[in-house]
Write a protein that binds this ligand. Structure first.
Ligand code: PLP
Length: 401
């Protein structure tokens, strides 16, 4: 048999070759490597809750395991979980969804991925607000479509309907919206969100609302879902939801999508031929998370709120930093351009210096399309957050002195 030698450079498919590796996962790897080497690392890079999954949710998974729920389920999840999602949206937002309009997914990420690849094709443009969650443009690229970035710095990182209207062309197929936002922590005011969807409805543009941080908003902002809007504004809308942050379940990989039935049909095809179905016993736990008391969510929110209050004040005192107030999620996204001097001439260089000199991990804003900014996660104890910010301050002081 003649064996053809494997080429030295693997012939990656062009749409995959164009994708960039995840900047947030890179920060996580760096933190892990330093910790393994025994360093006293302060990790403000992680985009995951420091809380453990609440006990009643774990118990539900154990019960499901004992009851033998260890087999494949329907592609879109169990009837039990679909019902729990439907009930949750009716209870919280007065929104009515049918079984045909809901599916469970392996994390919110898979819901967004399914939604993008089942809709977009080469030639399509997809609007994404900048700064963006790292995966949005990459998913669009994977689908062969073109991400069109809307710079929102002038509107204080609040995407507006006017910005959306200006960015649309005849090729615009979809917009992906994420409020509360990762990385900026900003929350689009509900009236503006409605106006954005009105622009989409008028122009026949589809929308994905990524509600990953739905429940984590700080007063005076209120929890808001576009599910509560009039049905005509939901005709081209996919809501992507996640259990990861709300219930501290990042490792469980549970999420969901709510969308018009025809879109769900496409998404089920993608899911059916990729991951088949979300984990069977995690689905039972996810249903419990939605059906049970939401006290655990309120407790986590109260703690995030305490940290956020401290962090907001502390950041305001760092020379060279300025920061739009974080209104939701668990991130602050300060502008550090006032600190950039000499060799520290980019946020990436600032982040590297912080890691090298102070063993402190934050995420470079460049990965979110916002060079000059850094993302600080406060999903860590107040004590570690305070230590981390002391270290950040030392680096900032050194840069501006
Ligand atoms: N959307 C945003 C904005 C996120 O930050 C994340 C996770 O970091 C996700 C979606 C996906 O979450 P998961 O796939 O863990 O549900």
């Amino acid at each position: 048999m003649m064996v053809k030698p494997a080429p030295s450079d693997f012939p990656l498919a062009p749409n995959v070759a164009r994708m960039r590796a995840s900047a947030t996962l890179a920060a996580m790897q760096q933190a892990l490597a330093l910790k393994a080497a025994g360093a006293d690392v302060v990790d403000l890079g992680a985009g995951e809750p420091d809380f453990d999954t609440p006990e009643h949710i774990k118990q539900a998974a154990l019960e499901a395991l004992r009851a033998g729920e260890t087999k494949y389920t329907a592609t879109g999840g169990t009837r039990e979980l679909q019902q729990a999602i439907i009930n949750y949206y009716e209870r919280e937002f007065g929104a009515r969804y049918d079984f045909k309009e809901v599916m469970a997914t392996a994390g919110g990420k898979q819901a967004i991925f399914n939604a993008v690849v089942s809709l977009c094709e080469p030639g399509d443009e997809v609007l994404v607000a900048r700064p963006y969650w790292v995966s949005f443009p990459e998913m669009v690229t994977f689908a062969g479509a073109t991400p069109v970035l809307i710079d929102t710095e002038a509107s204080a990182f609040h995407l507006t309907a006017a910005e959306v209207a200006r960015a649309t062309t005849t090729r615009t197929k979809l917009i992906i919206i994420n409020s509360p936002s990762n990385p900026s922590g900003r929350v689009i005011p509900p009236d503006e969100f409605r106006r954005i969807l009105e622009v989409c409805a008028e122009r026949g543009i589809y929308a994905i609302s990524d509600e990953c941080y739905l429940q984590f908003v700080y007063e005076p902002a209120r929890v808001f879902s576009v599910a509560s809007l009039a049905p005509e504004l939901r005709a081209r809308l996919c809501i992507a939801g996640s259990f990861s942050k709300t219930y501290a379940m990042t490792g469980w990989r549970m999420g969901y999508a709510l969308a018009p039935a025809a879109w769900i049909v496409g998404m089920l095809k993608v899911q059916g031929h990729s991951t088949s179905n979300p984990n069977s016993f995690a689905q039972h736990a996810a249903a419990e998370a939605l059906n049970a008391t939401q006290a655990c969510v309120a407790e986590m929110l109260a703690e995030y709120s305490r940290r956020r209050a401290w962090l907001t004040n502390a950041l305001a005192e760092i020379p060279g930093f300025s920061c739009f107030e974080p209104e939701g999620a668990f991130y602050a996204f300060p502008d550090v351009r006032g600190c950039l001097r000499g060799e520290v001439n980019s946020s990436g260089a600032f982040v590297e210096k912080l890691l090298r000199d102070e063993q402190t991990v934050v995420t470079d804003g460049a990965g979110f399309g916002a060079d000059g900014f850094i993302r600080i996660s406060y999903a860590t104890s107040l004590e570690r957050l305070q230590e981390g910010v002391r270290r950040i301050r030392r680096v900032a002081d050194e840069c501006v002195s």
